[in-house]
Design a protein around this ligand. Structure first.
Ligand SMILES: Cc1cc2nc3c(=O)[nH]c(=O)nc-3n(C[C@H](O)[C@H](O)[C@H](O)COP(=O)(O)O)c2cc1C
Length: 175
C-alpha cells in the first residue's frame, strides 16, 4: 500500500506503480545529459537521476535507462556534459525526453550548444554546465549508473527547474 495510516510495514516489495509513486515524492532538479553522437553532432537526454558523489575528486552520477539511445553513446564516447535547467526551461526538458528530436523544434526552442576545449558539448543558457569524463559505469538493474569526473564547472544566474510527483515545479521559500 502506498497511502496508509497503518504503522505496519508491508512485507512484500512494492509494485512498479507503487515504487514510482513513492520515489516521485522526492523532488529533484532537471538536467540534460549531452554527448557527441557523431562528429560535431550532439545527442541530449533529460535526466533527473543526477547526484553529487564526491568532492575530492569531484564526482557526480547519472543513471541511464538501458532502453535509452544515450547508453551506447556514453559507453563509446566516455565524455559527457550535464546542464542543469533553469525554471523556465521545461519545454527544453520535454524536448530532450523525446525518443526522436526534431531539428525544427530544436531551432524553435532556441537550443544551442557550446563545446569545452576537450570536446564536451553543453547546453547554452542553462543554470550550471559541467564537463565530465566517465570515471566508472555500474550496471544496476535496468539502468547503468555512470560516475563522471567533473573537468569543468560553470554557474550562471537564475533559479532551478524542479521535478516532483510527475510534474514541473519551481522553488518557493518557506515563510
Ligand atoms: C523529468 C525527467 C527526468 C528523467 N530522468 C531520466 C533519468 O534520470 N534517466 C533516464 O534514463 N531517463 C530519464 N528520463 C527519460 C528520458 O529523458 C527519455 O526516456 C529519453 O527519451 C531518453 O532519451 P534517448 O533514448 O534519446 O537517449 C527522464 C524524463 C523526464 C521528463
Amino acid at each position: 500500500m502506498v497511502s496508509s495510516n497503518s504503522s505496519i510495514m508491508p512485507t512484500s516489495p512494492p509494485s512498479a506503480i507503487e515504487f514510482r509513486q513513492a520515489l516521485g515524492q522526492f523532488a529533484t532538479g532537471v538536467t540534460v545529459v549531452t554527448a557527441e553522437r557523431a562528429p560535431g553532432q550532439v545527442h541530449g537526454m533529460t535526466a533527473s537521476s543526477f547526484a553529487s558523489v564526491s568532492l575530492d575528486p569531484p564526482l557526480i552520477l547519472v543513471c541511464v535507462d538501458h532502453r535509452a539511445h544515450m547508453l551506447a553513446i556514453l559507453q563509446k564516447q566516455k565524455r559527457f556534459g550535464i546542464s542543469i535547467l533553469k525554471e523556465h526551461q521545461q519545454k527544453i526538458s520535454k524536448f530532450f525526453a523525446q525518443p526522436e528530436q526534431d531539428p525544427a523544434e530544436e531551432k524553435e526552442l532556441g537550443i544551442g550548444f557550446r563545446w569545452t576545449p576537450s570536446g564536451i558539448p553543453l547546453l547554452e543558457n542553462t543554470l550550471v554546465q559541467l564537463g565530465c569524463h566517465v570515471a566508472a559505469a555500474h550496471v544496476s538493474g535496468d539502468h547503468t549508473v555512470f560516475i563522471g569526473e567533473v573537468e569543468s564547472a560553470e554557474l550562471h544566474s537564475g533559479a532551478p527547474l524542479l521535478y516532483c510527483r510527475g510534474g514541473y515545479q519551481r522553488l518557493a521559500p518557506l515563510l
